[in-house]
Design a protein around this ligand. Structure first.
Ligand code: DGT
Ligand code: CA
Ligand code: CA
Ligand code: ZN
Length: 574
């Protein structure tokens, strides 16, 4: 169930966007954005909370707090409705183009009547954007590049968004008396980084009431097709959902079929044919007699095919069918096997939560160890100093007494500078339990420069983990240009772990990069890079990526017992 906080966050961001389009003052929108992030990252659900409770959220003052209260009690905000009257919805959409701010969006609307991305593309093709005062050819080209970047996501949505929508619908569908089971399948179950549409399955013998409940869900914006076996809708977020109602007895066969992937399905179907069998979404049958051999559970179907059960995250026809036939599938790492998180932030730098709040949640997750890795000084905005980070270390040392079962590790996230150097020198770095080093600037260096830069950081004996290696942000920022073969070779050679950053905007490394790095004996850290308490749960996405990269617990350093992790961290230090 999406929390009220998510709805409040979206409302405040829209309010900030519209303010920034209409007014010159940059401070007010920023205050709303800050409050929006604080609400989204706040660990307490604001549903039903009164004003004093709302005012406990960091960065939420009285005026914003009252707006949140109005929104929570009435479901809307009068002042937001007024702003919406003044700006066509498409204009705000223009702001999601990388590099296009609110002022330019408003000029494009006022001068050219542009009210959507499609209209903007047309205006660019006619060179009408370049002709605007203070725009010019260069700005037009930048905007065109931004649009291409945005469209590279291809209308797909990020996995966290799709999962939130799927869970909301399953809550409704699963509670219907006609439904004996309900689940999501498709790319979402395979945990791909982006999702084209959400595939839902409901088991039951009476489909019409299920379909009716589905299309009348409040977040359905449009019904594309409605039938007794399949119904498709589009939600208010523009995401398509396909619902299929299937007989209980065929649940397993249908789950296999609609989980896919298509290439995996084709491979197992061909295999079935070679054995005189026939596999469909209704079951596995004897081709000659037509007798049903298996259908009820996925396990029974795979077993009757003579293969191991294949985890959904592995079903991409990347060799998993052969491995399952030979009984050689890897036992992929699971969320429960993670013993700690090795990259997290607090409000000492740009995190939202205090050290104590982050650590308390880590303890709830049952971690054996937990690392705090706030930003080092060269990310100037964060104003880190030696004094501050040493003071944090003292606080951590005191906090250790409160958590006898969890080992708190003190680390830092270093910045890899353009030459591959990092913030502090050896003696100071030696006193950290671990370090993560990441690229946070100069993203456009040439491939040779960037590769040499990252390898230098990898070879630094004090660097334990490379954070978000390619720095991509899905749908927003392309990856940096790197010779990955050379980078992975260096990481394997030096025993430097590479992070799988679990944030759904990053998921960096991607599955294919994990498979590639693994061939060089690289070790991985599945980290959240959490900047707020709820972000610690993003690990499920990082684990999905690790599974898609065929990783077992032996490949993942934060699935190791503390002693083994400590030996790994200490190795290679002078
Ligand atoms: P998406 O939605 O683009 O993120 O990716 P999927 O994998 O969810 O693809 P989708 O929604 O088109 O179909 C869901 C599953 O249904 C797919 O993974 C496998 C199965 N499927 C769809 N079309 C075919 C087909 O033509 N042949 C076979 N064997 N399976 C199919
Ligand atoms: Ca799908
Ligand atoms: Ca589909
Ligand atoms: Zn970080």
């Amino acid at each position: 169930m999406p929390r009220a906080n998510d709805a409040v966050e979206a409302m405040l961001i829209e309010y900030a966007d519209l303010l920034s389009i209409l007014f010159e003052d940059p401070y007010k929108p920023r205050a709303y954005e800050k409050a929006a992030r604080a609400v989204g990252g706040y660990s307490v659900d604001l549903e039903g909370k009164d004003l004093p409770e709302i005012l406990k959220v960091p960065a939420v003052g009285r005026s914003i707090g009252e707006k949140i209260q109005e929104f929570l009690t009435t479901g809307e905000l009068a002042e937001l409705e007024e702003l919406r009257e003044r700006i066509p919805p498409g204009v705000r959409g223009l702001m999601s183009i990388p590099g296009l701010g609110p002022k330019k969006a408003m000029v494009l609307h006022q001068e050219l009547g542009v009210g959507s991305v499609d209209e903007l593309v047309a205006a660019i093709e006619q060179d009408r954007v370049a002709a605007l005062p203070r725009f010019g050819a260069k700005t037009q080209e930048n905007i065109a590049r931004g649009i291409r970047q945005m469209q590279a996501a291809g209308g797909r949505v990020k996995i966290d968004v799709a999962l939130g929508v799927a869970e909301t619908f399953l809550e409704l569908l699963g509670s219907l008396p006609e439904a004996t089971r309900a689940a999501y399948a498709g790319s979402l179950r395979r945990m791909k980084e982006t999702i084209g549409d959400v595939d839902l399955l409901v088991a039951g013998s009476d489909a019409p009431p299920v379909m009716e409940a589905f299309v009348t869900h409040p977040s359905v914006a449009r019904v594309l097709a409605k039938g007794d076996t399949k119904t498709s809708v589009v939600t208010d977020l523009g995401l398509q959902l396909d619902l299929r109602v299937i007989p209980d007895e065929a649940w397993g066969a249908a789950m296999i079929y609609f989980t896919g992937s298509k290439p995996h399905n084709i491979r197992i179907r061909e295999m079935a044919v070679r054995r005189g069998l026939k596999l469909s979404e209704y079951g596995l049958f004897d081709a000659k007699s037509g007798d049903l051999l298996a259908a009820e559970s996925e396990e029974s179907v795979y077993e009757r095919l003579g293969m191991q059960f294949v985890e959904p995250t592995l079903r991409e026809d990347r060799g998993e069918v052969e491995a399952a036939l030979a009984g050689e599938l890897p036992v992929v790492v699971t969320e429960r096997q993670l013993k700690g998180d090795l990259h997290t932030h607090t409000n000492l730098t740009d995190g939202l939560a205090s050290l104590e709040e982050m650590v308390a949640r880590a303890a709830e997750l049952g971690y054996a160890y937990f690392a705090i890795t706030d930003h080092a000084p060269n990310l100037y905005m964060q104003r880190m100093t030696e004094e501050k980070i040493l003071a944090q270390r003292s606080r951590i040392e005191k906090l250790r007494r409160t958590y006898p079962k969890m080992t708190l590790l003190h680390g830092t996230e270093l910045n890899i500078d353009p030459d591959g150097e990092v913030d502090w020198d050896g003696p100071f770095l030696a006193d950290f339990d671990l370090t993560v080093a990441s690229v946070h600037s100069h993203f456009t260096q040439s491939r040779d420069e960037m590769t040499a830069r990252v390898i230098r950081a990898i070879e630094n004996p004090y660097v334990d983990i490379i954070g978000h290696l390619t720095t991509r942000q899905i749908g927003k920022r392309p990856p940096v240009d790197l010779d990955l073969e050379a980078v992975f070779e260096a990481a394997g050679r030096t025993g430097t772990a590479i992070e799988i950053n679990s944030h759904p905007d990053r998921l960096d490394l991607s599955d294919e990069h994990v498979l590639w790095a693994r061939r060089h004996g690289v070790r991985f850290a599945v980290n959240t890079d959490a900047h707020a308490v709820p972000h610690l749960d993003h690990r499920r996405f990082g684990v999905g990526m690790a599974q898609r990269g065929w990783l077992t617990k032996d490949d993942v350093i934060n699935a190791w017992p503390l002693r083994k992790l400590q030996r790994f961290l200490a190795a290679g230090r002078p």
